[in-house]
Design a binder for this molecule. Structure first.
Ligand code: ZN
Length: 202
């Protein structure tokens, strides 16, 4: 079990047992963000740290269409946070920015711009990206949507800070003139059976 105060190495070894894969595109997004914020030098520092931890990864060789372990993609976020001393807020921003470089983003721009369609297609999009779990659209009201993320068990930093940024941007694309807020209302790491997000606009 993940515990407060675990070292990065202990955390890496713990999350490495979590099953599930993600498309390399996700890793490319993390790498693009690190390069934008910290330059090529920064990216090399992340590669060095991953190697030191026993989970080597060469960003230049990552194929966006191939599957990679989900823990490895999330480890890139955890390592970046430690190496650059980023805050939780920085990880939220990383999620917000990253989505703009994803193929989901391009897909959205080319297919639909309505929040209704986004809401209904979350599961379809999830399955293009992940080979486990799901996103379940729970409720759609005039000023908010509620979605559940199932089977994500890697690390709370990612579900509590990275994904909220990511989801917020997806809704923002559909509602560019609205003020959007997001709250994780339920969390697997707080004892709930899934993660639940309420995304509101005004
Ligand atoms: Zn969570």
């Amino acid at each position: 079990m993940l515990k407060e105060g675990m070292s990065l190495k202990e955390t890496a070894d713990e999350i490495a047992s979590v099953k599930g894969n993600v498309k390399g595109d996700a890793i490319n997004l993390h790498a693009a963000y690190v390069r934008k914020m910290e330059g090529d030098d920064g990216l090399r520092k992340v590669e060095e740290k991953l190697k030191e931890l026993g989970y080597p990864l060469e960003f230049a060789k990552v194929n966006k269409f191939e599957w990679y372990p989900i823990y490895l993609a999330d480890l890139v976020i955890l390592v970046s946070k430690e190496v650059f001393n980023w805050s939780d807020e920085d990880i939220f921003r990383m999620g917000k920015e990253s989505v703009k470089h994803s193929f989901i983003f391009r897909l959205l721009l080319s297919h639909t711009l309505s929040v209704e369609k986004l809401f209904k297609s979350t599961s379809y999009m999830w399955k293009r990206y992940f080979d486990y779990g799901d996103i379940e659209p729970v409720k759609m009201e005039e000023d908010h949507i509620l979605v559940r993320m199932k089977e994500y068990k890697v690390h709370p930093l990612v579900c509590q800070h990275y994904y909220p940024g990511y989801f917020l941007t997806l809704v923002k694309i559909c509602l560019p003139d609205k003020k959007i807020t997001i709250k994780e209302t339920k969390c697997f790491f707080k004892g709930d059976p899934y993660h639940e997000y309420k995304i509101e606009w005004s």
